[in-house]
Design a binder for this molecule. Structure first.
Ligand code: ATP
Ligand code: MG
Length: 576
């Protein structure tokens, strides 16, 4: 492809709303263009990288034995009511919906469990027809609360979505493992440094779920990991070992009230009384669809709301307003005390972090007063215990006890043992050897194509622009003619361009009438892994320059040997 006949404009200035490196660089490289919030167009150059990523996914999925299908994007409400998802997704405001001319409700699919289960239930009757894994790579729609970071969190985006159907749990384990292997191959081929972590199974209540995370500062997820034993989990799901307690081996003091005028916050009390936050017990009042609940935990820890939801068995949870706290507990915010709670009326759960709490400080149940010498076992009666404190860097690993680390990660893929939720709801059953009917056991799998492409930019860039891994580069090679006005230079570059193309090389020819500096800047910004310069002093000596984008390493080759030299560098890059 010749730039002079291509549709490509690089941009000097980053878009004002762009925060993520990938958003900035993909825009500046002329690969994506914003149409509206979370809605992007791919230019010819952008589409090439996107398609390469898509092709890698398709090849690995085909290799894994999954079968490609195409499911409708436009889906009727009735189908979503059958599965029970319409109401939930509508409440979460994720669903894009619309009406047809007869006022029927439709949505634009955010995933396709219902549609694929409908396809399978119409065709599968016996265990002999299972397992089957179906997939598609199609546009998805989600009305994200915060669409941002360009392709990373769009409202319209391309997603690989796969669905496995098995006769029994063991079958699901195998299908899940096949997807896991395909995912690893895909992200390796995309040149990504990734880690696989345990994820929350959410309200759907599957049995296992893992996320493929690309570590990067712009990641919207927090990834907890242990370098010693390899434990890894999304912060939402992360557990910890037992944290050292401040009250170990202390003798019990009597409970005394202490004045804390105007000191409602943990920090205020800590400073005022000269104690550590770990010495305090926090009482947090939440509201859920089941009413109020009070969560007790150590003062230096934060609540992991996802974990707390599981402990409480609720779907929605939010901190109660000040008025509601007072109404529910009789005490103002900041002064709620576990010993003064109306236990008979309220649901109270305590975190393991305070199980042996002795001589702790907590609210006195009335404004401007706290209590010291609080002994949980003696002064309050906890009926429900759970682990819902959020993991922190340095906390002990739940498996080996060594300190945990926390990093930012981008979720590029998700695999999920779904179980029978959808097959039960939608009546997708098979009969076993004995003729008994069972719901198919399902797995569901997703990869964001645009997000994967953007993640590659997050991981591979420098001050001059993108450094594409060979596999995702829009073109692998940029051929730059330094002086197209000079006939011998132009003819040599044209000839090399033809030779590279004839050899099947993926080459983009910058034949524009621009200064070499401009061309180099553009090539570096776009991030072609290999650049070949024809012109200048080297050309006078019968040589071309071959530049490796990654480190700007320059080698020269005789013009006649340029093709071979490019081949050699390409092979080198393929090897890692
Ligand atoms: P997130 O937590 O980031 O919102 P999710 O867990 O809701 O994502 P899944 O339903 O697991 O996403 O979707 C599967 C994959 O689709 C994700 O791992 C991600 O790569 C991609 N994806 C999800 N939402 C978006 C989006 N808004 N824009 C681009 N890709 C997305
Ligand atoms: Mg997910």
């Amino acid at each position: 492809m010749r730039w002079s006949r291509y549709f490509l404009q690089t941009v000097r200035e980053a878009p004002g709303d762009a925060e993520a490196v990938s958003h900035i660089l993909l825009t500046r490289a002329g690969m994506i263009r914003r149409l509206a919030a979370g809605i992007y167009s791919l230019t010819p150059l952008g589409l090439r990288s996107h398609r390469k990523c898509e092709r890698i996914v398709r090849e690995e999925m085909d290799r894994s034995g999954a079968l490609e299908v195409e499911l409708p994007i436009l889906q009727p409400r009735e189908l979503w009511e059958e599965s029970g998802r319409w109401e939930r997704y509508e409440r979460e405001e994720i669903l894009f919906h619309l009406k047809d001319r007869k006022a029927g409700d439709y949505c634009l699919a955010p995933t396709a469990e219902e549609a694929v289960t409908t396809m399978v239930r119409a065709g599968v009757t016996s265990y002999r027809q299972l397992p089957v894994t179906l997939y598609q790579i199609r546009t998805k729609f989600r009305d994200e609360i915060r669409p941002r970071f360009g392709l990373m969190r769009g409202r319209e985006f391309l997603m690989y979505d796969g669905y496995s159907f098995d006769a029994g749990e063991e079958g699901l384990d195998r299908s899940y493992a096949a997807q896991d292997a395909a995912y690893r191959a895909i992200f390796r081929r995309c040149g990504l440094d990734f880690t696989v972590v345990q994820a929350d199974s959410g309200a759907i209540g599957g049995t296992a779920s893992e996320e493929f995370m690309v570590l990067a500062d712009t990641g919207e997820d927090a990834v907890v990991s242990c370098a010693a034993c390899g434990y890894g989990a999304n912060l939402e799901k992360a557990e910890t070992g037992r944290r050292p307690a401040p009250w170990r081996d202390e003798t019990e003091a009597p409970l005394v009230e202490v004045p804390t005028p105007g000191k409602g916050g943990i920090d205020d009390v800590v400073n005022f009384l000269g104690i550590t936050a770990a010495r305090m017990i926090k009482c947090l009042v939440y509201e859920s669809e089941q009413g109020y609940a009070v969560a007790l935990l150590r003062g230096d820890l934060e609540v992991n709301e996802v974990a707390l939801k599981h402990v409480l068995g609720v779907e929605h949870l939010a901190l109660a307003s000040e008025e509601k706290v007072e109404r529910a507990t009789g005490a103002p915010v900041g002064y709620v005390g576990p010993h003064k709670l109306p236990w008979e009326k309220l649901r109270v759960v305590a975190d393991e972090s305070i199980r042996d709490a002795v001589n702790a400080v907590t609210g006195a149940g009335r404004r401007d007063w706290h209590v010291a010498g609080f002994v949980l076992r003696r002064d309050a009666k906890v009926e429900q215990w759970g682990s819902f404190a959020q993991a922190r860097a340095g906390d002990p690993c739940p498996r080996c006890g060594k300190p945990l680390a926390i990093a930012r990660g981008i979720e590029v893929g998700h695999i999920f043992k779904l179980g029978t939720k959808y097959s039960k709801a939608l009546g997708c059953a098979y009969t076993d050897e004995k003729g008994e009917s069972h719901p198919a056991v399902m797995g569901t799998y997703g990869i964001g194509v645009g997000r994967t492409m953007a993640s590659a930019v997050e991981q591979h860039h420098d001050g001059d622009g993108i450094v594409w891994p060979l596999s995702l580069a829009p073109f692998e090679i940029a051929l730059v003619s330094l002086n197209p006005a000079d006939a011998p230079t132009r003819e040599a570059a044209d000839a090399l361009y033809d030779a590279l193309r004839q050899a099947g090389m993926d080459v983009f020819y910058d034949d524009r009438d621009e200064r070499p500096g401009v061309k180099f800047k553009d090539a570096d910004l776009i991030g072609f892994p290999i650049r070949v310069n024809v012109g200048g002093r080297a050309f006078k000596e019968g040589q071309v320059e071959i530049v490796r984008r990654r480190d700007k390493n320059v080698r020269t080759a005789p013009l006649a040997g340029a093709l071979e030299a490019v081949r050699a560098l390409r092979a080198e890059l393929l090897g890692g």
